[in-house]
Design a protein. Structure first.
Length: 447
């Protein structure tokens, strides 16, 4: 157990097994798999759950001395994305920036980092029965081998980081990454999507950052790895905490990145009200963006009948499904729908008027982009996950297992909630009880 595990508070949590440093494994007891009684309808065929691994044990096993107090937090947040390793039941996953929340102080929300030494990691898992086991993990490090951390990058652009109780300011870190998407290249290296920049990050097979590609004009100074301004400058208008979230690798090797939410263009109000976001195509051979596409969300009440706030719409996952076709996840925190789109040459808007942030009205302000001549990607609904019994909330990762089966992974936010009640009077986590799960969904009609 972690030296900091004294006083941990549990809500329906199983006891953690010992965690070797080289190979991390979790034991878990999960409920029985659920399935739809309706023949021919999408249904859950299996649910597996990650057990308790103290975050200090996990982090210090990868990079000794990085976490001196995990505040009772267990490993979680690995559900930012999921992609198959090529072995049955095994997947690569990626954590986000680590435990974080929001607390109001004097009427203003502050972003908290309860475990500021946490380093985002690539985690290899295996689904066995109703258990998710951690097989291995790679820390994401700088050129000199130091942790990148998950801390905010730039003052005035990113949220100011604070301690667990939102009382003590923390230092910004230009190396920090909020990793949200992962694919593995043929040479064994990884590509990651980051929300801060937003940026596309190329890391070695051992997790060292090789290059971070950011928007032109970002002026990210002081990073301990190469930073290249190779993305359109219009991305500087990304909404805070809504940069790149989905990442897919097409059969030819090109990458597709999804901006999680509409850009704040020309301002926050426009972005909050918009249903139009963007996908970018990046060529690793050219180290350049080669195409950009307009993607139109369905109305929020269609995606999630319980929600009326358009700003809750997000893209959290994109999956290549053959040729230039993508499976796109539109979601709120409570519901999700999967759509198929085809990336056609005629839909490319890269370098046009919609990349000029002086264009008025902006792409994001158009009530009907197609009527204004924007070649919006056509889409077809594959499955409404909100109607499939047994699918948890906040699905952030989708992987294709075979022709008619998907693996879904949720983001449990490391068991954290927002507000001053997230930690007790001793500064220990009051766990939300939400577990990290991998859920298999069968689609009888395929994709």
């Amino acid at each position: 157990m972690s030296p900091h595990s004294t006083g941990r508070r549990r809500v329906h949590r199983s006891a953690a097994a010992g965690v070797p440093l080289a190979v991390l494994a979790a034991l878990v007891l999960a409920g029985p798999a659920t399935a739809s009684s309706a023949s021919g309808q999408p249904h859950v065929t299996r649910t597996a759950t990650l057990g308790d691994i103290p975050l200090g044990t996990f982090s210090n096993g990868l990079l000794p001395g990085t976490v001196d107090d995990d505040r009772g937090v267990d490993l979680g947040g690995i559900g930012s994305d999921i992609c198959p390793t090529g072995r049955k039941g095994e997947f690569w996953t990626i954590t986000d920036r680590g435990p974080n929340g929001q607390i109001k102080i004097d009427g203003k929300k502050r972003r908290t980092f309860p475990v500021p030494g946490f380093d985002p990691a690539i985690v290899r898992i295996r689904v066995t029965g109703d258990t998710v086991k951690v097989l291995d993990a790679l820390p994401i490090t700088t050129s000199s081998g130091k942790p990148v951390t998950g801390l905010s990058n730039q003052e005035g652009r990113d949220e100011a980081p604070y301690s667990y109780d939102a009382r003590t300011p923390l230092s910004y870190n230009p190396n920090g990454l909020d990793t949200e998407g992962i694919v593995r290249a043929a040479d064994g290296s990884f590509w990651l999507a980051d929300e801060y920049g937003p940026s596309l990050v190329h890391v070695s097979a051992r997790g060292k950052v090789l290059t971070r590609y950011v928007p032109e004009g970002l002026n990210l100074a002081g990073a301990d790895y190469p930073v290249v301004e190779a993305l359109p400058s219009v991305l500087l208008h990304r909404k805070i905490n809504r940069g790149f979230e989905g990442l897919a690798q097409l059969p030819g090797g090109d990458l597709v990145l999804a901006v999680q939410s509409p850009l704040s263009l020309p301002d926050t109000d426009a972005g909050e009200a918009s249903r139009t976001t963007r996908l970018l195509r990046f060529s690793p051979k050219k180290n350049a963006v080669t195409a950009e596409y307009a993607y139109r969300f369905d109305p929020v009440s269609v995606v999630d009948p319980s929600e009326d706030d358009t700003s809750e719409l997000k893209i959290s996952s994109v999956v290549a499904v053959g040729g230039d076709r993508l499976l796109v996840e539109e979601r709120t925190d409570k519901a999700a729908r999967l759509q198929v789109v085809r990336l056609t040459r005629g839909a490319n808007i890269l370098g046009g008027r919609w990349d000029d942030d002086t264009t008025s009205p902006s792409l994001e302000q158009l009530d009907d982009p197609a009527a204004s001549g924007v070649p919006v990607l056509a889409k077809r609904l594959v499955v409404d996950l909100g109607t499939v019994e047994g699918v948890p909330g906040k699905i952030e990762g989708v992987a294709r297992v075979d022709h008619d089966t998907l693996a879904l992974i949720n983001d449990n936010d490391f068991g954290m909630t927002d507000g001053a009640g997230a930690f007790d009077t001793q500064g220990r986590l009051v766990d939300s009880g939400i577990e990290t799960t991998v859920t298999y969904v069968r689609l009888p009609r395929g994709i």
